[in-house]
Write a protein that binds this ligand. Structure first.
Ligand SMILES: Cc1ncc(COP(=O)(O)O)c(C=O)c1O
Length: 392
């Protein structure tokens, strides 16, 4: 038998496999199913973005460059200026990516020495699994830090042992946070930038949910905490959630000019540059804010329905300030058991343990169904509680 990368064996099974199997069986019978599991909403990509893509498909197809189109880098810089009040040089601080997932996965290849002393990659549990997986495949060590409701699901590098930080080369933060929807302020980022620099770590901030927020103040970027000096800091932004473009695969890496230079050396080897027609559509999307505000209003309406129901039912909500996720404590205490009981009511939710051991006891709802779909689902949910089929 051929050899295998041991990192593959370390991944273990897919945590949601059993739930997905049950959900698929329900879907097959054609009846109504409210699927709040996968973070890929049904709202269409705005027509002007689709048109931009179609118009850009030319007769000759060429390889795209890893550095990306200057117009795209300029559009990202323009968005950072208007949305975050941050000035960056499109040629020095910005590098397009094919969505943020691949950029997150590949980052350790540029910064992690698999034979060095600092092989750790710090990230928050519960969290997006790709931070740890990118570390493993680059020959590093995944080092998840337990997050708690009491700390607002914040990863605070200041609370970690100096030894642990000295063993790491990179720390990931992700706010607004998947899976909890927790958000942070700019002072949080100032503290984390200071801790990272003190310990010679790269601070990488996954900001793909930046535009899905509710309430008074939009979530800040780590770049706002840098006062123009982006040393040891990178932000990862994406059009997937902002513009309903998950299938286009377009985002950007922004920050430390030296790291951007190194990523420009690395990334042509990988071959993940977005096609040129996608880059044209992406440029159009970054230049427009109106469609983003409209999308946010849709998620706000769904969120009102779901949060209103959970509050009325006396179910504890945590985080859930931003992103299109709602995070709640499992009535009865067992997230996996509650997810299965919900499934019997034809409602699919993700048990928190799917996002790491620290997620056990919690569940995540992705606001995927329509507003009407959300209303129907919470009505069924309430009826099941009243009938005693679900614990409270
Ligand atoms: C926290 C987080 N980061 C990154 C991504 C990847 O997003 P994309 O590659 O579509 O930009 C996701 C996708 O769900 C996510 O939840």
């Amino acid at each position: 038998m051929a050899t295998s990368n041991p990192a593959l064996d370390e991944l273990g099974g897919y945590p949601l496999a059993r739930l997905q199997e049950l959900a698929n069986a329900l879907r097959a019978d054609g009846g109504v199913l409210a699927d709040f599991a996968i973070g890929d909403p049904d709202e269409p990509t705005p027509p002007f973005i689709r048109d931009a893509l179609v118009d850009a498909v030319g007769p000759v197809s060429r390889y795209p460059t890893a550095a990306g189109q200057p117009a795209l880098r300029t559009a990202v810089a323009g968005w950072l200026r208007s949305r975050h009040g941050v000035e960056v040089d499109p040629d020095v601080h910005v590098l397009p990516s094919a969505g943020s997932k691949e950029a997150i996965f590949h980052l350790p290849l540029a910064v992690l020495d698999p034979h060095g002393a600092r092989r750790g990659v710090v990230w928050g549990d519960p969290g997006y699994p790709v931070y740890g997986r990118g570390a493993l495949f680059a020959g590093g060590v995944s080092d998840p830090v337990t997050l708690t409701a009491a700390d607002g699901w914040r990863l605070d590098l200041g609370t970690l042992d100096a030894d642990r930080l000295r063993a790491a080369c990179l720390a990931w933060v992700n706010y607004p946070h998947n899976p909890t929807g927790a958000s942070v302020d700019v002072d949080y980022y100032r503290d984390q930038v200071a801790h990272a620099r003190e310990h010679g770590l790269l601070l990488a901030s996954d900001e793909c949910y930046q535009e899905i927020w509710f309430g008074e103040r939009p979530p800040p970027s780590v770049l706002e905490a840098c006062d123009g000096d982006f040393t040891d800091v990178l932000a990862f932004v994406s059009l997937s959630k902002r513009s309903g473009m998950t299938g286009y695969r377009s985002g950007a890496i922004v920050g430390d000019p030296e790291l951007i230079r190194r990523l420009r050396l690395l990334r042509p080897n990988i071959g993940t540059a977005s096609p040129d027609f996608v880059q044209v559509a992406a440029t159009t999307a970054w230049r427009d804010q109106t469609h983003v505000d409209a999308r946010r209003a849709v998620f706000a309406a769904k969120r009102d329905v779901v949060l209103g129901f959970l509050r009325d039912a006396g179910i504890e909500i945590s985080g859930s300030e931003a992103t299109f996720y709602v995070w709640f404590r499992a009535p009865g205490g067992d997230d996996a058991a509650y997810a299965e009981a919900l499934l019997a009511e034809r409602i699919v939710a993700s048990p928190g343990r799917a996002f790491g051991p620290a997620g056990a006891g919690w569940l995540r709802l992705a606001l995927v169904p329509t507003v009407q779909g959300c209303r129907e689902a919470v009505d069924r949910w309430a009826a099941a509680i009243d009938a005693g089929r679900l614990p409270v």
